[in-house]
Write a protein that binds this ligand. Sequence first.
Ligand code: SF4
Ligand code: SF4
Length: 404
Amino acid sequence: MTTIRRIQPLRRIAEILQAVLIIGIPFLTINGESALRFDIPSLRLHVFGISLWMDEFFLLLIALIFVTFFTFLVTLTFGRIWCGWVCPQTVLVDFTRFLDKAYSKGVAYRLISYALTFLISMIVAANLIWYFVSPYEFFHRLYSGSLGNIISGFWCVMTAIVFLNLLLLRRNFCATVCPYAKLQSVLFDRGTLLIAFDPTRQEECMNCMACVTACPVEIDIRKGSNAACVSCAECIDACSRMMWRRQKKGLIDYFYGSPGDRPRLFRQNVVLMASLTIVFFFLFLYLSISRVPLDMMVLPHYAFPPRILADGKVVNSYILSLENKSRTEKEVTLQAMRSKGLISITPEKVHLSAGEYKKVPVYVTVSQIFPWTTFEDIEILLESEDRDRVIIKRGVRFTIPNTQ
Ligand code: SF4
Ligand code: SF4
């Protein structure tokens, strides 16, 4: 017995899950930091427990390459599945479907639906801000009236943009503004999953137009694939309902390539794209896990040139540029070494707060020098003795001033 295809309830579930995820992620904290947030004051990106600094943005680049290949892979295999099931524009338009009836209803309905859309727009705009300012801080500042001009201004502008988009553009956004929609047709091949009308059963079509009426972008899928199609599957359900009356299967469905073709998931280009996706995923994972939480750069201390003390010892000074990229404070030990063993360095210990970057002047003293030398190559060592146990060595030149 034939049953009616009901894809829309599944799409609603996917859309609700997407909304919960996008709104919920900023509230999620891992190791005391937002799960996903770019902190503008410190220029740090927090990504699920990892904090990336500006000078580590190559990791972000690798993550972006991974996401790009993954998107290509999904598009090549499943077509416009993103557009139809979880794209924020699709979800928002579906959540504000009441607007579609606003023009044919009374003033009260219209006002309520506009007010509701404005409220949704405010939440969407605030949600966007939460990926830059923690929602906990946002609500605290909102409650205390100290949100500030920049955040308040951005919130107002974004609310207006989202509101106008939902009111005026709606599905037209996909066909006019969205760059991903334009890119997709280039990525499709003969085996990509598509929603299509089965031409082999053309004579069974009742010409009831239910598929066309149900289509939110008002296209007739029976005429073939159309770039404006957002893969919402409304036409599948509509046709299935009509054909069910005749106890027949719907004429519109998901097909890999053309109706009747066998699904070929392991195509050459799919395998290539999948391989690249996997390579960049593991590269990102490896580089993220193996990154060192401390960094040290040794710079010359121009305000303190090399000098010989009254007791004959030679002092050189350097500026250590220290960076604690971890979320815990660190006590680091400094040592200086020449080929003949340890030499004195002051200070020997430096405290670094979580996420702190500071410049520390250090003084290296050598007591025994050979009068015919003008410089020596020495090493400055930094060691943290916590569970991360980082050792960083930097070679520097120790200058012996000319005493003649
Ligand atoms: S043809 Fe229309 S109803 Fe069918 S999937 Fe495409 S956009 Fe949706
Ligand atoms: S809903 Fe099905 S039967 Fe009706 S016009 Fe569309 S394809 Fe034909």
